[in-house]
Design a protein around this ligand. Structure first.
Ligand code: 13P
Length: 255
């Protein structure tokens, strides 16, 4: 799967704003050649699904609780996401790891809940600045992946995308270099190969997130071993998001 462009709105945009966004976005991009997903706040999921009906754009959630149900005030389970029409959900975003102290074993349980309800998964992994400068990137990526994937069968990986999001690059304006992204994508594929097999490792979709903008997308699009992008800040404006998506098309058209 290539040309993946996922917009993580985080805690931004009301449904009214998302509706106006979709109305404009769909006329600016080629929905047949790209895999687009909008990761909206929980409260907008159902209505977003309704307006995306008939368009090939995935309706995404930004999180899910790891338990099936119970006394967890304020939380949302996978069944509830499914009821809203959610196609795909992010787990393990670094903001959740940082502000809500989410651990790898909880992320593993979240993935299992989502799979139970047939919701695709975007698993976010990535190192902090300190981990990178101390030479621990490989170890961190390996550990996050191994723990998040524990107990998952090979066929379940068909419904998963891994997003490499270095913590230091998120919302900072400092994106990882192409070389760094290529190296980490290689580490991800090697880990999947070690845990499963070569076949699945080669076809596994890996995307990059962290300060992707209209300015740097041209350079980032040159990376060979990734399948797309997860975009935060720059996705909040439909024009900017469309420009990012269309950069690749420009390149294809020029070949
Ligand atoms: P920014 O694009 O704002 O750096 O955010 C990236 C991200 O966290 C996407 O999930």
């Amino acid at each position: 799967m290539n040309n993946i462009y996922f917009a993580n709105f985080k805690m931004n945009l009301t449904f009214a704003e998302i509706e106006a966004y979709v109305k404009s976005l769909k006329n600016l991009i080629d929905l047949n050649s790209n895999h687009i997903g909008l990761f909206v706040p929980f409260t907008a999921l159902k209505q977003t699904k309704d307006i995306l009906n008939g368009l090939s754009i995935l309706t995404g959630a930004q999180n899910v609780h790891q338990e099936e149900a119970g006394a967890f005030t304020g939380e949302i389970n996978a069944q509830m996401l499914k009821e809203c029409g959610t196609d795909i959900a992010i787990v393990g975003h670094s903001e959740r790891r940082k502000y809500f102290k989410e651990k790898d074993y909880e992320i593993n349980k979240k993935i299992k809940q989502l799979m139970k309800y047939n919701i695709k998964v975007v698993l976010c992994i990535g190192e902090t600045k300190e981990e990178r400068t101390s030479g621990n990137t490989k170890k961190v990526i390996y550990t996050q992946l191994r723990e998040a994937l524990a107990g998952l069968y090979e066929n379940e990986l068909d419904n998963m995308i891994i997003a490499y999001e270095p913590v230091w690059a998120i919302g900072t304006g400092e994106n990882a270099t192409n070389k760094m992204i290529e190296e980490v994508s290689q580490i991800i594929r090697q880990t999947i190969k070690d845990l499963y097999n070569k076949n699945i490792a080669e076809k596994f979709p890996v995307i990059y997130g962290g300060s992707v903008t209209v300015k740097n997308i041209k350079l980032l699009s040159k990376i060979k071993n990734i399948n797309g992008f997860l975009i935060g800040g720059a996705s909040l404006n439909y024009n900017t998001f469309a420009e990012i998506i269309n950069e690749k098309m420009k390149k294809t058209a020029n070949v």
